[in-house]
Design a protein around this ligand. Structure first.
Ligand code: TYD
Ligand code: MG
Length: 463
């Protein structure tokens, strides 16, 4: 093996130095030097040189026309957990590399232990679970709790990347889980495990091995609280699929979200509930996010959002209260803070309703994060309802994007959303005019609105 040279590179200006320093000597940036390895004159460099000299290397680069490139259909294994399969785009693609990120304690190890055990049974593959965080006894205890201790699953406690690869080369597992990438280190670097350089370099080695051997690999990454820098962020470009496991550890519900997927749609959601017996799938998530009391209360509104291919009903709550502060608070959980400020400005300018002396709090129930604009109208309705202390009837839903000129803009798949709300027993829907279905939907009264003023009027008539 060629001797490796260590050097430090500045993250800001890219200059190199052989020694670490707190400050880059070239650009003066603090704490920007990061360890890096350099392998001198690799085969790749040599072939470029020979090509320059007029010799063709052994591997010629050839142009092929797109229509003549043969494609192989991706083979997918079912993981035995339909919610996970769906987020992956219909099963785990063989030979792909998946990264699952999430806060510590959210349930990543539980999810993967369950998935691997089920997969071994359902799809007949041979998985290898490499743990750098827990001892084999701890994993066994967990498996007993999950009643999976009889599963045909191979375990390995290892943190050394080169060792893992050596074991994998002889055992040839079809699927390999690395839990977690932060504990893995490579001997090529001197820095401690968990540092950005170590995480990146060991992940690169593992991904290279996975791609060259055709092993399907699942990497687990912790998202660190202080900025996701040492977390999975630095790995996102190396892998085929990035999933985030989210949720509040104080609530039972966990959401698995695809943020990058070379083999499927992004923003697909899978919902799980953490129980005594591990993660249970929730096939009808609207039901849990909507567990409301019997009576209509002011400040609570239901909207239909769409995550991936599935409409989902969520409750948006607002509390508007006289502010003792000169600069009233605008706090939102589950919704972008700037979006809230913008909606309040629209409400003032185009609806003639001011909240400038009021604290406004928004909460999306169940730990859901609203990432699409279709919830705008519901947020405004919740604010209005709380401000006026007038409940919106429990069987009303709203959705629609609110533009800066006060117009209500259509959202994707409006009719799907209305139908889904109908299925859950809602009877009235305030929707953008362009989303109003052409044919009436049974049991649903549609109130199409084009401008914020119309929506406010519709709400007045409702309560
Ligand atoms: P874990 O999978 O260890 O989280 P991560 O790998 O993401 O750090 O799960 C941690 C939490 O899940 C832990 O606080 C206990 C809880 N849990 C249950 O509630 N039920 C169970 O059956 C299991 C295995 C864990
Ligand atoms: Mg874990």
């Amino acid at each position: 093996m060629a001797k490796v040279k260590r050097l430090y590179r500045c993250n800001d200006c890219g200059s190199q130095t052989p020694q670490w320093a707190g400050r880059c000597a070239d650009c003066g940036a603090w704490n920007s030097l990061e360890e890096e390895i350099q392998t001198p004159s690799t085969a790749a460099n040599q072939s470029t040189i020979s090509r320059h000299n007029g010799y063709a290397g052994e591997q010629k680069s050839e142009i092929q026309s797109l229509s003549q490139v043969t494609s192989e259909k991706a083979i997918r294994w079912t993981t035995g957990l339909p919610e996970l399969d769906r987020v992956l785009g219909g099963g785990l693609v063989t030979g792909s590399v998946v990264l699952i990120g999430g806060d510590p304690g959210i349930g990543k190890s539980t999810l993967l232990l369950q998935a691997m055990a089920m997969m071994a049974k359902v799809s007949g593959v041979s998985p290898l679970y490499v743990s750098g965080e827990e001892s084999l006894q701890q994993i066994r205890l967990r498996a007993e709790r999950l009643q999976l201790e009889q599963s045909p699953l191979d375990l390995l406690a290892e943190t050394h990347a080169e060792q893992m690869i050596a074991v994998a080369k002889t055992r040839k597992p079809q699927v390999m889980v690395i839990d977690s990438i932060q504990t893995v280190f490579t001997e090529l670097l001197q820095s401690a495990p968990g540092t950005v350089a170590q995480v990146r370099e060991s992940a690169a080695q593992l991904v290279r091995f996975a791609k060259s051997s055709g092993t399907t690999m699942i990497l687990v990454g912790h998202v660190t609280k202080q900025g996701a820098l040492a977390g999975p962020r630095v790995l996102e470009h190396m892998v085929d699929t990035v999933l985030y496991f989210e949720g509040d550890t104080s609530t039972r519900f966990r959401i698995l979200r695809a943020v990058k997927n070379r083999f499927g749609a992004v923003n697909e959601l899978g919902v799980f509930g953490m129980t005594e017996l591990g993660l249970k799938e929730v096939s009808n998530p609207s039901a849990i996010f909507l567990s409301r009391g019997e009576e209509a209360v002011a400040g609570s509104v239901v909207t239909v959002t769409r995550e991936g291919s599935r409409p989902m009903l969520v409750e948006v709550q607002a509390l508007v209260d006289d502010s003792p502060l000169g600069n009233p608070r605008r706090v939102s959980v589950g919704l972008d803070q700037n979006r809230l400020a913008m909606l309040l400005a629209i409400l003032h300018r185009h609806g003639g309703i001011t909240c400038s002396d009021q604290d406004v709090f928004i909460n999306v129930v169940g730990g859901v994060k609203l990432s699409e604009t279709g919830a705008d109208l519901a947020v405004l309705a919740a604010i209005l309802s709380s401000l006026r202390n007038r409940p919106i009837p429990r069987d009303w839903v709203l959705f629609g994007e609110v533009g800066l000129t006060g117009e209500i803009r259509p959202v994707q798949a409006g009719e799907d959303r209305i139908r889904d709300a109908g299925k859950h027993g809602f009877s009235h829907a305030i929707v953008p005019t362009a989303n109003a279905p052409r044919k009436p939907i049974k049991g649903m009264t549609i109130i199409p609105v084009q401008h914020l003023g119309e929506a406010i009027d519709a709400l007045k008539n409702a309560g």
